[in-house]
Design a binder for this molecule. Structure first.
Ligand code: LM2
Ligand code: CA
Length: 667
C-alpha cells in the first residue's frame, strides 16, 4: 500500500485562465474610504485610477480648512480659519479634486471640525495668526467659558461634555446664531464646490439641537454622519443624533475587534442590532478609524493593518454583512510614532504607487478588501443573510439571498465544505482573489462552481476567505454541462508510488469530426476541477490542473505531476494499519464510493461534459515510480476505435490497470 506522508502544505489559490481586466459596470455603490492625510492631488488620481473603477462610493478626506502648523496628523483637528488651505493642498487643488472625483463617480465627504478651534496661540498654515479664543472670525464671546471635560463627565454630565473643553480645545458656543451662521457658511462653501457629505467631528460635544440648527441653514441634502463615541453608559447617547443624519457606531468596531481577535466568528450570525447596536440604517461602521487604530479617541482593542491577514478578514466580514454604511480605513504606518503625520512623499509618484512598508498602507487596495466592496455593491439588493453556516468556531459562511455567498476561515487549517450558496448554477469568479473580465469570459482569481441545487465545494485556505456574487458569474463556459465525474483504477502499488491519468478525446477521431487538436489541444481536452484537495501528497499536483488532457504537466500545475492525480482508496481501512484515513478527512483511504477493496485509485473531479463524445471520454493510467503506463485496452461498447479505457462524464467509472473489464454506474 501507499503510505501517504502527511506534510504541512499551504493551499495556494487556483488561478483561472483569465487576463486581468477592469471590472464591469458597478452596481449601487455602498462603501466609502477614509484616505487619511492624503493630498488632494493624490485623492484625485486615486478616484480616477482606482476608486471609481472599483466601485467605492465616496472618500472621507482630512479636514480641508486652515489648521495650526506642525507635523502631527492631529494639527488638522485644530482649526484656525475656514479658508480651504491645508496640508492637503490649496483651494484650487481641493476644487479640482472634488470635480475629478465626481467625474469618476466618487463623492467627497469632508471631515468638518466645527466643535472647537485651535488651542493656545500661534499661526495657521495659511498665515492666519490667533491668540487664545481670538481668531479673525471668532472672539472670546463666541466660545463657551473655559472648563475641562473630566473623565467622569462622560458618564454623568452631558452639560460638561458639550460645554467644556475636549483636550483643552476652545469650545465654540454652537448655540449662538453667529457661530451657527459661520459654521453653515463653511459647509455651504464646501457644498458650492461639489462636496457631497460631511463627517461632523466631535458631534457628541455639541448639542444635537445645535447641529440641527446649523444643518437647517445648509444648502442641498448632503450626507451627514456624526462622530459620537458611545459604547453604552454615556451621558450623551448616539440616539440623540439620529434626527440629524447618520451616526458612527463605535460598538461595531469594538465588538468586531474583540470577536476577531479573541472570540469566535460563529457568534457573528446576528451581529448588529441584536448586539445592542443602533438601527442599521443609521449606522456608519468601520473596522478601525484614524483615532482608535493609533490609541486615540478612546481607542480599544481593534483590528488594524498591523494584524495582517486578520485585518483583511475583518473587512471582508464588515463588507459582506448587511449592517450599516461601511467605511474602509486607508492609513499610514504609525508604529514608530502615533503622532506622526502622513509620509512626506506622495502616494502617486508618476507611474509608481508608494504603498508599502513604513509608509502609506493603502488598505483599500488589498484585493480582499476591494473585492469585498464589489461583493457589497452586487448584493445590496438583499439586505439580509441566509444559509448561515459555521463550524462552531472560526469558520463561517453565509449567503445574501440569491445575490452572493461568502466564506471566511479564521483558523489555521483548511476549510473544505460543500455548502448551499443560494446562487444559480454556474461558474463564478471569487472576487476576493481576482476580478472577472468585462466580457465575463475569464477570471483573474480562482473560480467556484455552483451546481444545479445551489451547492458548491468551498475550499478556503487557512486565514483566508472567498466570495462569489451574481455579477461575477462567468459566461460562455456552458456551466450546465459540468458534472461530478469519478474514475477508479485498481492497481497494486507500493509506498512512494503515485497514480496519474491522462485522457480526453482521440486526436484522429476528433479530426474525423473536423476538430484539429494538433493545432489546438484544448479541443480534445476536458475542463476539470478537482473536488478533493485534502491529500497533502496530491493537492499540489491538483492545484492548477484545469484539464484532463494528453499533455502531462500543465503550466499552472504543481511540479512533479504526470497528468491528473488520483488518490489511493479502500472500502474498509484495515485496523492493523493504525489511524483510519478517510477521503473525506485525509483525502485518501476509506470512501463510500469504493465498494470493492484496496488499491482503487480515485479521480474525483467536476468535468465539463461539452467536449465529450456522447458523454464518453478516454483515460490511460500511469504509475509514477512504478509500473509506468498501463497496456492497451479493448473495451466492449466503445464509442469509437481506441486503445484506452472509455469513461462516462457525470458517472462513477471503475477500471483495472491494463485490463479490459469495466463497471460504470451512477452516483
Ligand atoms: C475627534 N473626534 O471627535 C477626532 O477624531 C480626533 O482625532 C481629535 O483629536 C478630536 N476629536 C478633536 O478634534 C485629535 C487628537 C488629539 C489632539 C487633537 C487636536 O486625537 O490628541 O490633541 O486632535 O489636535 C492635541 C494634543 C493634546 C492637546 C491638544 C490641544 O494631543 O494633548 O491637549 O492637541 O493642544 C492639551
Ligand atoms: Ca462643545
Amino acid at each position: 500500500m501507499t503510505t501517504t506522508a502527511l506534510k504541512t502544505f499551504k493551499i495556494g489559490v487556483l488561478f483561472g485562465l483569465g487576463t486581468l481586466c477592469q471590472s464591469s459596470a458597478i452596481a449601487a455603490p455602498t462603501t466609502f474610504v477614509h484616505l487619511f492625510e492624503w493630498s488632494w492631488q493624490d485623492v484625485a488620481k486615486e478616484c480616477e485610477t482606482y476608486l471609481g473603477p472599483r466601485g467605492y462610493a465616496a472618500v472621507q478626506v482630512s479636514p480641508p480648512n486652515e489648521h495650526v502648523t506642525g507635523d502631527q496628523w492631529w494639527t488638522r483637528y485644530q482649526p484656525v480659519s475656514y479658508a480651504l488651505t491645508s496640508r492637503g493642498g490649496s483651494r484650487a487643488e481641493f476644487v479640482d479634486m472634488v470635480a475629478r472625483c465626481k467625474a469618476a463617480g466618487v463623492n467627497i465627504y469632508v471631515d468638518a471640525v466645527i466643535n472647537h478651534m485651535a488651542a493656545g496661540s500661534g499661526q495657521g498654515v495659511a498665515g492666519t495668526s490667533f491668540t487664545l479664543k481670538q481668531f479673525p472670525i471668532y472672539n472670546t464671546w463666541d466660545f463657551h467659558d473655559t472648563c475641562a471635560i473630566n473623565n467622569e463627565d462622560y458618564g454623568n454630565n452631558p452639560w460638561r461634555v458639550q460645554n467644556c473643553e475636549l483636550v483643552s480645545l476652545p469650545d465654540l458656543n454652537t448655540g449662538s446664531s453667529y457661530v451657527q451662521g459661520k459654521l453653515a457658511g463653511y459647509l455651504n462653501d464646501l457644498i458650492s464646490v461639489g462636496v457631497a457629505g460631511f463627517r461632523l467631528d466631535a458631534s457628541k460635544h455639541m448639542a444635537a439641537s445645535d447641529i440641527a440648527s446649523v444643518l437647517s441653514q445648509v444648502n442641498g441634502a448632503p450626507l451627514v454622519f456624526q462622530e459620537v463615541i458611545d459604547q453604552g453608559g454615556e451621558a450623551v447617547s448616539a440616539s440623540e443624533y439620529f434626527g440629524n443624519g447618520l451616526v458612527t457606531e463605535f460598538k461595531y468596531t469594538t465588538k468586531l475587534g474583540e470577536t476577531f481577535k479573541s472570540g469566535k466568528l460563529a457568534w457573528l450570525s446576528n451581529f448588529g442590532e441584536a448586539w445592542g447596536m443602533m438601527p442599521s440604517y443609521k449606522a456608519v461602521v468601520f473596522v478601525d478609524n484614524h483615532d482608535n487604530q493609533r490609541g486615540h479617541g478612546g481607542a480599544g482593542n481593534v483590528v488594524t493593518y498591523q494584524d495582517g491577514a486578520l485585518y483583511d478578514l475583518a473587512n471582508v466580514f464588515m463588507l459582506a454583512y448587511p449592517y450599516g454604511y461601511p467605511k474602509v480605513m486607508s492609513s499610514f504606518d504609525y508604529h514608530h510614532d502615533t503622532d506622526a503625520g502622513g509620509p512626506t512623499y506622495p502616494v502617486h509618484d508618476g507611474a509608481n504607487l508608494n504603498c508599502f512598508g513604513d509608509g502609506w498602507q493603502c488598505e483599500h487596495r488589498h484585493q480582499k478588501i476591494s473585492g469585498a466592496v464589489d461583493f457589497r455593491n452586487n448584493t445590496n439588493d438583499v439586505w439580509q443573510i441566509s444559509n448561515w453556516w459555521d463550524n462552531g468556531n472560526n469558520q463561517i459562511a453565509f449567503s445574501r439571498g440569491a445575490s452572493g455567498f461568502v466564506a471566511i476561515n479564521r483558523e489555521n487549517g483548511t476549510m473544505q465544505q460543500t455548502l448551499q450558496t443560494g446562487l444559480s448554477v454556474g461558474r463564478y469568479c471569487d472576487v476576493l482573489s481576482g476580478q472577472i473580465s468585462a466580457d465575463k469570459s475569464s477570471c483573474s482569481g480562482q473560480t467556484i462552481d455552483v451546481d444545479a441545487n445551489g451547492f458548491a465545494l468551498v475550499n478556503v485556505p487557512a486565514m483566508n476567505a472567498v466570495a462569489i456574487h451574481k455579477g461575477a458569474k462567468l459566461e460562455g463556459s456552458s456551466s450546465a454541462n459540468w458534472k461530478r465525474t469519478v474514475v477508479f483504477i485498481k492497481a497494486q502499488t507500493q509506498s512512494g508510488q503515485d497514480m496519474f491519468v491522462r485522457g480526453g478525446i482521440d486526436y484522429a477521431y476528433a479530426a474525423s469530426q473536423g476538430k484539429n487538436c494538433n493545432s489546438n489541444a484544448l479541443l480534445c481536452a476536458l475542463p476539470i476541477r478537482h473536488n478533493n484537495l485534502l491529500n497533502t501528497t496530491t493537492q499540489n499536483w491538483k492545484q492548477g490542473d484545469n484539464y484532463l488532457d494528453w499533455q502531462g504537466l500543465e503550466a499552472t500545475q504543481g511540479a512533479g505531476a504526470e497528468g491528473s492525480a488520483l488518490d489511493w482508496t479502500t472500502n474498509i481501512w484495515p485496523s492493523a494499519w493504525g489511524t483510519k484515513r478517510t477521503v473525506s478527512v485525509d483525502g485518501y483511504g476509506e470512501t463510500p464510493l469504493n465498494q470493492w477493496g484496496d488499491h482503487y485509485w480515485m479521480l474525483d473531479v467536476d468535468m465539463d461534459c461539452a467536449n465529450t463524445v456522447n458523454g464518453w471520454f478516454e483515460v490511460k493510467a500511469f504509475v509514477k515510480n512504478g509500473q509506468g503506463w498501463e497496456g492497451d485496452i479493448q473495451q466492449a461498447g466503445a464509442p469509437y476505435q481506441s486503445k484506452n479505457h472509455f469513461a462516462q462524464c457525470g458517472r462513477v467509472n471503475v477500471f483495472e490497470f491494463g485490463q479490459n473489464q469495466t463497471l460504470i454506474q451512477d452516483f
